[in-house]
Structure formats: C-alpha cells, structure tokens
Design a protein around this ligand. Structure first.
Ligand SMILES: Nc1ncnc2c1ncn2[C@@H]1O[C@H](COP(=O)(O)OP(=O)(O)OP(=O)(O)O)[C@@H](O)[C@H]1O
Ligand SMILES: [Mg+2]
Length: 431
C-alpha cells in the first residue's frame, strides 16, 4: 500500500525532482521549487495535491485538468507544463520555475509607497496578462480555456535585465476547458473579489472567455488605482449589479490623469452581462491598445506618479462618494528606495516608451488636473502635426497686431519729427 508522506525539503519526487524550497501553499496543494536531477539540475516548480484530497475525485479531476489546460497553451505569458505524475499517492504537476514575484507583491509595494503606477507600466503588464489569456481563449480543442481564477496572486512578474517586466500566468487549477467542464452549476469556485456575476452565481453555463474579461477589468482598475473594488469590501460583481448607474462616474473620478478611453475599456469589461463585454481577451487587448497607445508618450502619463495623499490607496476609505479627492501635501520622499518599484515604473521597452516628466512634474500635473473640471482630461490622443488650439492662434494674432500697431505709430512719429518738411504755416502765416 502506498504511503502518503507530506512533502519535505530534500524529498526526491519520482526519483527526479528534488524539493528545495516551499514557494506557496494553496487550498488544494503546496508549490515547491525543485531541481530537475535528470536535466542539469535546472529549477522547476512542483505542485503537489495535498494528501487530504486523495479520496476526493472532484478535486483530483480538477488537479489533473490544470495540467491538461497548461498542456494546450504554449505562450510566453503562460507558465509551461513539463511533467505530471503520482508520487507517494499524491498527484503532482511540474512546470517551469519562474524567478519572480506575484503581481500582488508589486501592488502591495506601490500601496506601501503611495505610488500610483504610471500608465506605461500598467499598459505593459496588462497587455501581457491579456496576451496570456488570449492564447488560452484561442484553444480550439477542446475549446476555449477559461482561467476563472485570475488575480494578482496568480500573475507572476519577473524583472528582466533590461528593466522590463515579464508576466507569466499560473494556477489554472479551476480552469474550464472548452464546454466539457465537469464543474456543476451552483458550485462556487474562484475568488469572489475578482469574479464575474455569472461565476459568482455558480452559473457555469454562462461562463466563457468573457468571464475572464470581467476579471481583467477588475485587474485593470486595480493596476491603475491600487483598489480592488469601488465600494469597500463589496466585490465588483455586486457593485455592477447593484450600483450600475453610478459606476462610471465614480470610477472615472478615481484617477483623472488616466484617459477616458482607457476607463471606457475597463467599463466595458465590467458590464454585468457577459454579452455586453468584449467577447474574449483578444478583443479586449486590441481595444486596450487602441485606447492607450497615443497617451503613453504624451507628457504627464509616463513613469510612476508619486501622488502623496490625494490619489494614494486608502484601505479604510469610505465608499467612493467624493467625485474628486483634493490633493494633500506630505513628505514626498519618506520611503527608502525600492529597486522593485523603480523597475516597475522604468521605461518598459520600445513599444511603450516613457521619457516623460519626473515624479515631481507628475505631481504637478495631478494637482492641475485635480483642481480643474473633469473636462480638463485629455479626450483624445495628441496627433503629431495637428493644429494648435484656437486660443494660441488668437494670442499670436493679437500679439502681431499690437506689435504692428506699435511699429506704425513709431514710424509716424519718426517721420513727423525728422523727415517731414515743416508744411505747417508758422505763427505769422508767412514762408
Ligand atoms: N511556476 C512557478 N514558479 C515560481 N513560483 C510559482 C510557480 N507556480 C506557483 N508559484 C508560487 O506558488 C504560489 C501558489 O501557486 P498556485 O497559484 O499555482 O497554487 P495555489 O494558489 O496553491 O493553487 P490553488 O488556488 O489551486 O489552491 C504562487 O502564488 C507563486 O508564488
Ligand atoms: Mg494561486
């Protein structure tokens, strides 16, 4: 009879993978870093189903489904599966090891520093998350793979030597594979704060790629605002169902330096009904690119915005009712330098160049925007060579007119004084 030993450091799984360090512990399994002794001791990640689930067929089936899902998706932004098997009576999956940190840590660090990520950094990360899901949604056989548990813990981020951040999606543990999911209606799987309404209600027939799109909308808002929700402790699915009329207005007021076009994309993701959203990550990715691309190089949208007080994350903040928070002065440099945040807000590569103003001018921009009416948002991407605004033209015309008038008056006076023969009769009326 097989034993069911709890995995420990040094264990050799199936005579091949030597466990070296516990990376994480989830509800169904523990994740370990291990050395692949058969392949030059390269690092791999081994996920083992906990022994207490040995008798649970549904759990075992889901665990196996994760390996099946990963096997269908070959993409740079999705962790690749290497092996699977049973060791000491326990199921295990081996994937490539990612030397990174969960996106959750990136967000927490920004929160701790009261630093909102710049639009360029957000765009670079979000585009990669979308790209990973795009590949999953595009699987033909057995059909689209729906992740159903996308959240910052399940997005691993690795800093490249260039300073760019590379994303890998992990944890396809409750993924739905095509339409042949064994999951029954009424079973709640996933993380409530990130769930779409149809998933929250356990309506598995209504779940599809658009369900991940909802979660991507939640993630986009979190990346931009460092908030998981619009109303404290209320998951987004509840907010969009119960407060639909005010969601747009309140969301747009959270961060005025983000173009409306980007918020519109988030809002479409957050539609309560699946058919009203982008159908899949591919459509969303395209729309997001179109919405932000013109703004990345525009002054004021580059890098991380150090916005003390006004736009920083406030965990205990009341429900968002104030349309525009007022800026608050505070010490701009209280936190020690962090290479992680600098990485995150550094230029993100040739496709999404930064090169804008410093954090100080970002702050100045934010103050200006916060002080002004909402209409002061940039409404469209600035196009090179487009006409200057009317007031500038008017200013130039008035300036030229005043200058010309001044020159004319000067010329008349000079002529009068020095050149013109004295045609005026003298006092006696004689020549
Ligand atoms: N391939 C990997 N490389 C490096 N670290 C990983 C890898 N896979 C997972 N991890 C780490 O382990 C943590 C847990 O992994 P994962 O999300 O796959 O499992 P889980 O959350 O335990 O699963 P479940 O939600 O099904 O209980 C991750 O957040 C990450 O920190
Ligand atoms: Mg996880």
């Amino acid at each position: 009879m097989e034993t069911t030993a709890r995995p420990a450091e040094g264990d050799l799984i199936d005579g091949r993978y030597r466990l070296s360090e516990r990376l994480g512990e989830g509800s169904f399994g523990g994740v370990w870093r291990a050395l692949d002794t058969r392949l030059a001791d390269r690092s791999v990640a081994v996920k083992l189903l906990k022994p207490e689930f040995l008798a649970r067929e549904d759990t075992i089936a889901r665990f196996d489904a994760e390996a099946n899902a990963l096997a269908q998706v070959t993409h740079a932004n999705v962790v690749s599966v290497i092996d699977r098997g049973t060791w000491s009576g326990q199921r295990y999956i081996v994937t490539e090891y990612i030397d990174g940190r969960p996106l959750k840590a990136w967000l927490l660090e920004h929160r701790a520093r009261s630093t909102l990520p710049g639009l360029g950094a957000v765009a670079a990360l979000f585009d990669q998350v979308c790209a990973g899901l795009e590949a999953a949604h595009a699987v033909r056989t057995p059909g689209p793979i729906v992740h159903r548990d996308l959240k910052p813990d399940n997005v691993l981020v690795r800093a490249l030597p260039s300073g760019e951040l590379a994303v890998k999606l992990v944890d396809f543990g409750i993924a739905q594979l095509g339409r042949r999911s064994g999951t029954q209606s009424g079973v709640l799987l996933g993380t409530p704060m990130y769930m779409a309404p149809e998933q929250a209600f356990g309506h598995s027939a209504g779940v599809g790629p658009w369900t991940d799109v909802f979660t991507l909308g939640v993630l986009l808002v979190e990346l931009l605002t460092l908030r998981e929700n619009l109303v404290d402790n209320e998951p987004w699915w509840g907010t969009v169902l119960h407060r639909a009329p005010v969601v747009r207005e309140r969301l747009l007021a959270l961060r005025l330096d983000v173009p409306v076009s980007v918020w519109e994309v988030a809002l479409r993701c957050l539609e309560a009904h699946g058919p009203d959203r982008y159908p899949d990550a591919s459509a969303l990715r395209l729309a997001f690119r179109q919405a932000h691309v013109g703004f990345i190089t525009a002054p004021g949208f580059a890098g991380g915005s150090a916005l003390p007080g006004a736009l920083s994350y406030v965990p205990s903040a009341p429900p968002v009712v104030a349309p525009v928070p007022s800026p608050v002065e505070s010490d701009p440099t209280p936190a020690p330098p962090s290479p992680w945040v600098q990485h995150a807000t550094a230029p993100t590569g040739p496709t999404l160049p930064h090169g804008g103003p410093s954090a100080r001018s970002d702050l100045a921009l934010a103050r200006t925007v916060l002080a002004g009416p909402v209409a002061s948002r940039p409404q469209s991407a600035p196009s090179p060579g487009s006409a200057p605004p009317w007031w500038k033209v008017l200013l130039i015309v008035v300036g030229v007119a005043i200058l010309s008038a001044g020159l004319l008056v000067g010329a008349v006076i000079a002529y009068d004084l020095f050149l013109e023969p004295d045609a005026a009769p003298n006092a006696l009326g004689t020549p």
